[in-house]
Ligand binder design. Structure first.
Ligand code: UDP
Length: 452
């Protein structure tokens, strides 16, 4: 298709799997609405341009050393990237913004986690939209963290750990304490969040990867915080655009023929996303818990995600053979296809927002095992608000895992949960259909971008 003489949108995702997927999916939606697409990305976690031949990809030097790219400290990585990428982005835009070449740039869309992009966009008179890749409740709430800390939220007595936090519903105090992090994280985290809020207030709009059906209260409340328009366009991957992968790792396609051989809704799918890592003993507890259920499981273990180990070598000798074909472990899965497969009956997940949305959209009930950040809030919504899953409350013990998986997969309680997630799935899917709330917000967004 012709790439010139069309309005162009520039997208600049944070280099994390959970941000790249929705951003590239948004790019596909905008492309289908007639925009040309340029993806500016860092060298670190660069998306595969060959998967998207109709987009232009431009790589920025990001200055991260080999050791820094391998760090488990995401906040540190984001701080370094924000420090290093401003000049490269400025230079890149200077080269791009040449109206005489017949392609006008409409706007820049990037993540809230980029804190220098607003001033860069302003200097080019380029409208900037922020993509919110969190549940919107979390997005609004996490911006309150510095204020809550100043007001003395921490520490609180153990007896209050299960109390709810009125300004950040439905979190419990213990969840919020985990989100607020350790003492040494407090200063850099709060400084970062203050900067995000400050710079975002000047944006032209906020594109939210959620829908009114999932986030009604917080969307209504947002008008008290932000003066710009909010566009809750729904889960981007269920809009009607051709699918292609944005995986940073190669998905193991052998999952699908393996699932084909399993009974309907008989398999528990286990994945903790692209960042979470577990200790060796947690890994072994999960392995034993799964095998003790006698149910089939498909488990994603990313290389390096078991601390101090390469991959799954700490499994007891003969573990896989002893499962008689009932277990399969892969390094990375085609997750959306796995969740959509008739054989998948449940999802043991860390509740990253993408995974949570993908599970809802396929009507798959969840077992929540959150580790960090927004995962605590998503897990509360799954178990306490929508009641479409069971919360493990951080207990990684084989007996708890065995019991919880059995409750979800074979007991009447699981059937009720499955019924509720199907109702929610239908509501969310309806929102992206013509006339639905997400579809209308997307039309508004497209009109707005076109108006620039
Ligand atoms: N994912 C995948 N294959 C896997 C595991 C995850 O394709 O084996 C994808 C998943 O579909 C989701 C993303 O990686 O889109 C993970 O994002 P999420 O927000 O759930 O978690 P994060 O990785 O950011 O912690």
């Amino acid at each position: 298709m012709e790439k010139r003489n069309k309005r162009r949108v520039i997208l600049f995702p944070l280099p994390l799997q959970g941000c790249i997927n929705p951003m590239l999916q948004l790019a596909k939606i905008l492309f289908s609405r007639g925009f040309s697409i340029t993806i500016i990305h860092t060298r670190f976690n660069a998306p595969k341009s060959s998967d998207h031949p109709l987009f232009t990809f431009l790589q920025l030097p990001d200055g991260l050393s080999e050791t820094q790219t391998q760090s488990r400290d995401v906040l540190l990585q984001l701080t370094l990237l924000n420090n290093n990428c401003e000049n490269p982005l400025r230079q890149c835009l200077t080269k791009l913004i040449k109206p005489e070449e017949g392609c006008e740039i409409s706007c820049l869309i990037d993540d809230s986690g980029w804190v220098f992009t607003q001033s860069v966009a302003d200097s080019f008179n380029l409208p900037r939209f922020v993509l919110c890749a969190y549940k919107f409740t979390f997005f609004l709430g996490h911006l309150l963290v510095p204020q809550l800390r100043r007001e003395g939220f921490l520490p609180f007595p153990d007896s209050e750990a299960e109390d709810s936090v009125p300004v950040f519903q439905p979190l419990r105090k213990k969840d919020l304490a985990r989100i607020m992090g350790s003492k040494d994280q407090a200063e850099p985290l709060d400084a970062y969040l203050v900067k995000i809020l400050e710079t975002m207030k000047q944006a032209s709009g906020l594109i939210v990867m959620s829908c009114e059906e999932l986030d009604r209260d917080s969307i209504a409340e947002s008008h008290r915080v932000f003066t710009f328009p909010i566009y809750p366009i729904g889960p981007p991957h269920i809009h009607d655009v051709p699918a292609s992968s944005s995986s940073l790792f190669e998905p193991d396609q052998s999952c699908i023929p393996w699932l084909d051989k399993q009974e309907t809704r008989s398999v528990i799918y286990v994945s903790l996303g692209s960042i979470v890592s577990v200790t060796e003993s947690q890994f072994l507890e999960i392995a034993c818990g799964l095998s003790q259920t006698n149910l089939s499981f498909l488990w994603v273990v990313r290389p390096g995600s078991v601390q101090g180990r390469e991959w799954i070598e700490s499994l007891p000798l003969g573990f896989m053979e002893g499962l008689n074909g009932k277990g399969k472990i892969v390094k990375w899965a085609p997750q959306i296809d796995v969740l959509a497969h008739r054989a998948t009956g449940g999802f043991l997940t860390h509740n990253g927002w993408n995974s949570t949305l993908e599970s809802i959209c396929e009507g798959v009930p969840m077992i929540s095992l959150p580790f960090v950040w927004d995962q605590w809030l998503n897990a509360r919504f799954v178990s306490d608000v929508w009641r479409i899953g069971i919360h493990l409350e951080g207990r990684i013990e084989r007996r708890v895992i065995e019991r919880t998986v059995t409750r979800l997969m074979v007991e009447p309680e699981g059937e009720k949960i499955r019924g509720r997630v199907k109702v929610l799935r239908d509501e969310v899917r309806r929102s992206v259909q013509r006339g639905g709330s997400s579809s209308r917000h997307l039309d508004d967004l497209v009109d707005r971008i076109t108006s620039f």
